[in-house]
Design a protein around this ligand. Sequence first.
Ligand SMILES: C[S@@+](CC[C@H](N)C(=O)[O-])C[C@H]1O[C@@H](n2cnc3c(N)ncnc32)[C@H](O)[C@@H]1O
Length: 420
Amino acid sequence: MTFASEARLAAVPWRALQGLAPALDAPLAAVLASEPAERVVDRFLRAHRELPAEARAAAKEAIYGVAVWRRRLGWHAGAEVPEASQPLCPTGGKGRERGPSRLLLAALVRDLGGVAGAEELLELRPGTLPPPRPPPDDPAIRFSFPDWLWAAMERELGPEAPRLADALDLPGPVCLRPNGLRTTPAALAARLAAEGVATAPGRLAPSALLVTSPRPNVYGLAAWREGLLEVQDEASQLAGALVEARPGEELLDLCAGAGGKTLLLAAAVAPGGAVDACDLDPERLRRLSERARRAGAGELVRVAGAAPPAGATYDAALVDAPCSELGALRRGPDQRFRLDPAAFAPLPGLQLGLLARAAVRVRPGGRLVYATCTFRREENEEVAEAFERAHPAFAREAWRRTWPHRDGADAFFVARWRRG
Ligand SMILES: C[S@@+](CC[C@H](N)C(=O)[O-])C[C@H]1O[C@@H](n2cnc3c(N)ncnc32)[C@H](O)[C@@H]1O
């Protein structure tokens, strides 16, 4: 069986890499030494504006492909690929003269891309790669995940885990949120169509629009500059929608970050309402203020700093908690090799503490919403259940999970309670 993430690589115009291999050595070495692929791709494309579109597309796939599939490629190339980002060491001496990254690229192009003559295309001696072999049986190697991450997926999903792994190896859809202060989903869809971008209604969140035309540069659209939309995953939109904010309400967004959900909430409480936005990170709050102004939500969002004003209470509070972010891995697929699972240990305590801080701000009859973008139950159901045990006045109203392979959206957990 071929998985969609594998089949996708067979459709890349790899032959357009002709003559590009030497220029790709440094970017490939950079991603293998743990620089984020997105940044490396951006730098490469800026430095090579002369390249035709097909070569640019193939170079981008080459850099992302080696960054993400490195573990699988090492298996095909006979090179040891460490699970964390460390310098790579080929076991055989062959190919060393071109650097191990070129060998991995050749494995990508030959073994996943299906290109005969990949070595010649990439200026390697024929026979540098070991003979081709069928996909590995070990799913962690097949889907190119560190062992600990594969184990976490298997623990959550059992036999369904390969479908999640496959989905996380595919680029996520581009999902848009119409700015309810300035437009409607139908009006935005028509406006985008006029700008050459086709969309379809989302399946999870009430007003989400999924881009169906080939990945456009959304930030280059006039509709974006005019503040008509935000790029926001559908699961994130669903989490905001589950707050069920109404016009005139006062809300607390305790972990507002750069404001993805704050802006959604601000549009929902207009007219007459307000959202107090808090975060520990002042830089994110600065970006939030900028985005709120662009969206026409400047009057609705009050940036409160690290904590809400003393004594303030709210109709609803959202805790979009810091988490391991494993559910959003499609947004930075090579991140999997930079994560240290030991860093997740303090998260449930932090999450529970944030929930308790938000709970005291919720007025009687008001709502408390907890959201994460991870699939680890230690940060999801287990935190939410611990909160319930300690806060019997809060009655459970909603309990949702989303999954990339089932819903086409990031893996989120959302719980909502009502204070008695
Ligand atoms: C998942 S992100 C928030 C994303 C944001 N709500 C959005 O929709 O764009 C979690 C945020 O929690 C913040 N954070 C971490 N610890 C915190 C704390 N103790 N109090 C408040 N915010 C905290 C982080 O700075 C980060 O911005």
